[in-house]
Design a protein. Structure first.
Length: 290
């Protein structure tokens, strides 16, 4: 079953029930979210909702839909210019703040230091209208990294951040931070079947640093979602290529944050906890990496 067929099927069945979507009902009992225990003892939902390029009223509605579908891990960033609508969506959801895992990131590309990091983080909290975040990441290795990291440790020790990590960092920089008072809990990197970063995964595992994947579908690339190997595996389980990719990452102990503004695709992405790939399936997927 391909992604388009899944969506058409979803809409057709929805129409049978007077237009109600699957998300209006309770999630399937077998769709139990899995979690990763980070090296600082914090548990993070393994499947999250990415918000890159999601803005405005439509963006807020999409985030609210994601929460309604069942997502409890929302990934944002100062650079995305949408922390305000993430905060509004959480407030409107009626879900307890403590039940939602919020990640945001230090502004991409700024040449900052300890003082600037504290100021930037304060701005993020204000835009989110929250008194803490669950995970704060250095979005990319710019600025005075030792001072930025020290500021993040201070903010964590004050209870304003529960966990601290990095994004788009090479392994040498991660190793350097692992020598500090608090090592990164995870490294968020681009990771999909055609860009598996196997060496990075292996090195991070040795360090006890979790792997988080953004762009698990390579930004919706047809090369990925229409891949014959992925579609063939999906057909065995009545799943799409997208669901196979997410399930592969879940079974590899990778945290993954797919992004979509389409509610039926949110439902598709969420419905990955009711099947398991075989060892053979995983081996086939891992042959795809360039």
């Amino acid at each position: 079953m391909n992604r388009r067929q899944f969506i058409q099927s979803t809409l057709a069945i929805s129409a049978m029930f007077g237009g109600a979507s699957f998300a209006d009902a309770n999630p399937k009992k077998d769709n139990k979210m899995t979690h990763i225990l980070l090296n600082d003892g914090i548990k993070i939902p393994q499947l999250g909702y990415g918000t890159w390029n999601i803005r405005g009223k439509d963006g807020q509605a999409a985030i609210e839909n994601a929460l309604q579908v069942g997502f409890r891990h929302i990934d944002t960033a100062a650079y995305y210019q949408n922390e305000d609508i993430v905060g509004a969506a959480v407030q409107n959801s009626g879900i307890k703040r403590s039940d939602i895992f919020i990640t945001t990131k230090l502004m991409w590309g700024i040449n900052t230091d300890r003082k600037g990091t504290i100021k930037e983080f304060s701005g993020s909290l204000k835009r989110l209208r929250m008194d803490y975040v669950d995970l704060y990441l250095i979005h990319a290795p710019y600025g005075n990294i030792p001072e930025i990291w020290q500021a993040m440790i201070e903010l964590k020790n004050k209870g304003l951040i529960r966990s601290i990590g990095v994004s788009n960092f090479g392994i040498d920089l991660v190793k350097q931070l692992c020598q500090t008072e608090i090592k990164p809990s995870l490294n968020q990197i681009e990771l999909h079947p055609f860009h598996q970063q196997k060496q990075m995964q292996s090195e991070l595992k040795k360090l006890g640093v979790a792997v988080e994947s953004y762009s698990p579908f390579s930004q919706g690339s047809s090369r990925v979602l229409h891949n014959e190997v992925l579609q063939k595996i999906g057909k065995k389980y009545g799943k799409t290529a997208a669901q196979v990719i997410l399930r592969w990452q879940i079974q590899k102990d990778i945290i993954t944050i797919p992004k979509t503004q389409t509610k039926s695709r949110m439902i598709e992405n969420f419905n990955i906890f009711d099947f398991a790939l075989s060892d053979g399936d995983i081996q086939e997927i891992e042959k795809l990496s360039s």
